[in-house]
Design a protein around this ligand. Structure first.
Ligand SMILES: Cc1ncc(COP(=O)(O)O)c(C=O)c1O
Length: 400
């Protein structure tokens, strides 16, 4: 009989989720039975959805749904292969051309998820002896992608969140002969805060570093007609690569990178997460094509989204909550304690409001928060309900 330590011991010892379930405050994996966007059904009850990334409300738009249905009728349910081999259909090429045009970059390349997009770009571009330099609050997928680069003997360094002094300190310490890629969220996913792009670009330029921005939470929210962070600062030509996801504004699933022809072409022929994974489904791509048209033709949706989010932000601020800094579609309420965050979440859930509980590993201890996010299609009554329930429970739990 072997005395080797069992690899699965950690799994058998992991009891936290079961303990929280036993307390009745488990905030994860709750199945939605039906959804119209701003309102969803759980266990036969209707709740206001205040935690979705469906920013423009397009997942419930008939035009987007029909585009997916038509694509299934024409191409079937799956491409059954990678883009590289048999998995490219006309729709992929059409979307790449239209997105390159929309983002004012030479080329675009699609991936099957936003997560895979970072994994396709970072370890492909940053190799042995080169540096990937990340903001400390970057999305987990970018951290995972940077660790993949480390697996190929690249170096991974982080700078303090949105601190341009610290970025400069980090860049100063990197030898001149090593190539550098600075990677940052355009709009940070936990807080909704916008990156200090003008200073980041200036510093990157001085140190000869290239830039990748993850605009997952920026597209459809900020910039000219929703073109995201570089457009917001009028700096599209100063950012080397922009990536994003289709799972938020675009009401679908998948990801993309846009940039110079040679860079995108290199990623296309070398990225493992692209070459060895099945391509985005025709239904997903067709939904994005339709959403993109709506995004371009109905800018009033973006205005509505911002008006809605500002309304809740002001309401929660006036009620006395501590909010993370943001002027985008995310409003994160700082609770600062893991158990209190889950109890607050459950009370909101019972009162008919669905939000996201951000605890470890999503945030560092002490930064636990309830993250809310809004849609262009929320009505005032939905937003008022969010503010009212937050205020009542906040008082009850001594948060305000
Ligand atoms: C900043 C950021 N990047 C990447 C992703 C991953 O995108 P996807 O959900 O399409 O895999 C997300 C999604 O949560 C995100 O917020």
């Amino acid at each position: 009989m072997s005395t080797r330590k069992d690899l699965f011991k950690k799994c058998y010892d992991f009891t936290l989720a079961d303990e929280v379930k036993a307390l009745g405050i488990y905030p994860f994996f709750h199945p939605i039975e039906e959804t119209e966007g701003p309102v969803v059904s759980f266990g036969g009850r209707k709740l206001v959805m205040a935690g979705s990334n469906n920013y423009l409300g397009l997942t419930a738009d008939d035009r987007v749904k029909n585009a997916s249905i038509n694509a299934i009728n024409k191409y079937g349910t799956s491409c059954s292969g990678s883009r590289y081999m048999t998995g490219t259909v006309n729709l992929h090429i059409e979307l790449e051309e239209r997105l390159a045009d929309y983002f004012e970059k030479e080329r675009c390349l699609l991936f099957s998820t936003g997560y895979q997009t970072g994994q396709g770009i970072i370890p492909t571009i940053v190799q042995r002896g080169e540096y990937v330099v990340c903001d400390k609050d970057n999305h987990a997928s970018l951290v995972a992608a940077s660790i993949m680069a480390v697996g190929q003997s690249a170096k991974f360094v982080r700078y303090a969140h949105n601190s341009m002094e610290d970025l400069e300190r980090v860049l100063q310490s990197i030898p001149e002969e090593a190539g550098i890629l600075i990677v940052a969220d355009g709009v940070f996913s936990v807080s909704g805060e916008i990156i200090d792009l003008p200073n980041l670009v200036e510093i990157a330029n001085r140190y000869g570093a290239r830039i990748l921005l993850d605009d997952a939470h920026a597209v459809g929210v900020i910039g000219r007609d929703g073109r995201g962070t570089p457009s917001e600062f009028n700096m599209v030509d100063r950012v080397d690569m922009m990536m994003g996801t289709f799972s938020k504004t675009f009401g679908s699933l998948g990801g993309y990178v846009v940039g110079e022809r040679d860079i995108v072409n290199y990623i296309k022929h070398n990225a493992s997460s692209l070459i060895f994974s099945a391509s985005p489904t025709p239904a997903s791509v067709a939904a994005v094509l339709e959403s993109l048209e709506i995004l371009k033709n109905e800018p009033e949706r973006i205005e509505r989204l911002i008006v809605n989010t500002d309304y809740v932000r002001q309401g929660l601020d006036a009620a006395g909550f501590k909010l993370m800094p943001s002027r985008t579609a995310i409003v994160s309420v700082i609770i600062g304690d893991q158990m209190k965050t889950m109890v607050f979440w459950k009370k909101l859930f019972d009162a008919g409001v669905y939000v996201n509980a951000f605890i470890r590993p999503g945030v560092m201890p002490g930064h636990e928060a309830l993250r809310t996010s809004f849609m262009a299609t929320h009505e005032k009554e939905h937003l008022d309900k969010v503010i009212t329930e937050f205020s009542t429970i906040g008082k009850e739990l001594g948060v305000i």
